[in-house]
Design a protein around this ligand. Structure first.
Ligand code: ADP
Ligand code: MG
Length: 343
């Protein structure tokens, strides 16, 4: 029972729209494991979103609050291995008896039941005994139960209680999680750097922790220095391929042309139609901002215009950004698309 890993608690589980139903259901079971209204509770969702964290938080909470209760956490793989061993030395009855005597059973990753006919049989009987005796059962799964390819009688029982899903957290929730883990590690990450990181790591909190661990490692070398954007970019390169893509003038031209629904060569043509001129000026502005091309080089990229035309374009866009909300929004959209390598 020491496999509960005290570091996973409700206190350090950050709540958001993506997880509040699952979190609250888990907390309700943990606060009152003998109330079997939610029995079993099944938490499902893709990898890295906090299923194991919540399951172990239930265990830790009950262990602290009800020391007389026996709580058992097991992964489905471990359960299968124990079963296989017990079959090998004729002690399956002992194993089953032992499991039947727990007050709270926490089973991680029940998708691992798939194809294991014998494990499903044994688990079916165990489930019935525990539930009959009002013992709390909480399980996690990487997919909704309805999509879990196991014996029907087992699947229908898994649906008797409550199922709650975890989905990918919004940017702000990811930032709150990162902030909380950063402060636990005593590193400081400025909000814009945090936003940059969380913008790029979207679907997996474990990966967010991986980034943080790397940042901690490097900031240790820098000795107490605040983590800056450059360091964050360096580290993220190992996690997100799109960061590796250098922003080129071609990517910018393509992104802008697509955004304004123009053909790319219009940007370097001599057309003076208003919306083409606007798109051309915005492209020049963005090339200046994202690359280290000289004004002269930028002029060449846009059909051989001279450097004063480029300078004038850049100034025009800069002025418009102050006064024109629509242009401001367009630029924010474009910058995001270019950064995300969607060009
Ligand atoms: P899963 O079991 O769903 O694959 P885990 O529970 O192992 O995911 O979570 C991966 C990591 O992300 C863990 O270290 C966990 O602490 C962390 N984590 C996930 N969601 C949250 C959250 N809402 N608040 C704090 N940490 C979280
Ligand atoms: Mg897990």
């Amino acid at each position: 029972e020491s496999n509960l890993d005290g570091k996973y608690t409700f206190a350090n589980f950050i709540e958001g729209d993506c997880n509040s139903l699952a979190r609250n259901a888990a907390k309700a079971v943990a606060d009152n494991p003998s109330n079997t209204a939610f029995n079993p509770l099944v938490i499902h969702g893709p990898v890295g979103l906090g299923k194991t964290h919540l399951l172990k938080a239930v265990g830790n909470h009950i262990t602290a609050k009800f020391p007389q209760k026996s709580v058992l956490y097991v992964t489905t793989d471990e359960f299968t291995n124990q079963l296989v061993t017990s079959i090998g030395n004729n002690s399956t009855n002992d194993l089953v008896n032992w499991y039947q005597n727990v007050d709270v059973l926490l089973v991680d990753d029940i998708q691992q039941l798939i194809k294991r006919k014998k494990t499903q049989d044994v688990f079916f009987n165990l489930f019935n005994v525990l539930r009959h005796n009002n013992k709390a059962i909480v399980m996690t799964c990487d997919r909704p139960i309805i999509e879990l390819d196991i014996e029907e009688r087992l699947r229908s029982r898994f649906q008797w209680g409550l199922t709650a899903d975890l989905s990918a957290p919004a940017l702000e929730t990811r930032m709150a999680i990162l902030a909380s883990k950063a402060s636990a590690n005593e590193v400081h990450i400025a909000p814009p750097v945090m936003e940059f990181i969380c913008y790029h790591i979207q679907n997996n909190i474990r990966q967010l922790e991986g980034v943080l661990n790397n940042l901690v490692l490097h900031s240790g070398v820098n000795n107490g220095k605040e983590i800056d954007l450059n360091l964050a970019k360096q580290v993220l390169k190992n996690f997100v391929t799109e960061i590796n893509k250098e922003v080129t003038p071609e990517v910018i031209q393509r992104t802008v042309a697509e955004y304004y629904d123009l053909e790319v060569d219009k940007l370097s043509s001599s057309t003076r139609r208003r919306h083409v001129v606007m798109a051309r000026q915005i492209s020049m502005f963005l090339v200046k901002q994202f690359t280290d091309q000289s004004l002269k080089a930028i002029g060449r990229l846009f059909g051989g215009r001279d450097h004063s035309t480029v300078l004038y374009s850049i100034k025009t866009v800069r002025d418009l950004m102050e006064t024109n909300d629509e242009i401001k929004k367009d630029l924010a959209d474009l910058e995001r698309k270019i950064r995300a390598g969607q060009g």
